[in-house]
Design a protein around this ligand. Sequence first.
Ligand code: AMP
Length: 112
Amino acid sequence: MTEECIFCRIASGELNTEFVAQNEHAVAFDDIAPAAPTHILVVPKQHISSLRELDDPIVAASLLGLAQQVAAERGLHDCGYRVVTNDGEGAGQTVFHLHFHVMGGRRLGPMA
Ligand code: AMP
């Protein structure tokens, strides 16, 4: 955990954020500025700055498994959903703790 990382503080429970779901390696919570009716962030409990630093296949499976789980639990299968991660400032990453956006709840537009 790094003291100044907001997602480390959320994932550790320090900020009392309500988790949508969690497993051994990852937590899921609602995005503070949703870009779709359902917009959940799935983040590792350990600090990993972005996708390029993810080298543990167990953590990778935990993250994707949790994304899949929350999409199903929020009923996103009917409308379809998108799972996105931004890696690097040039791709729009603003929080440098790996996270997957799970978005759905309406018809989504083109990728970029
Ligand atoms: P990115 O631009 O891909 O790094 O995404 C960062 C996301 O984190 C944005 O969608 C923000 O709205 C979201 N975000 C930032 N701070 C918080 C927070 N404290 N709680 C929930 N979501 C947050």
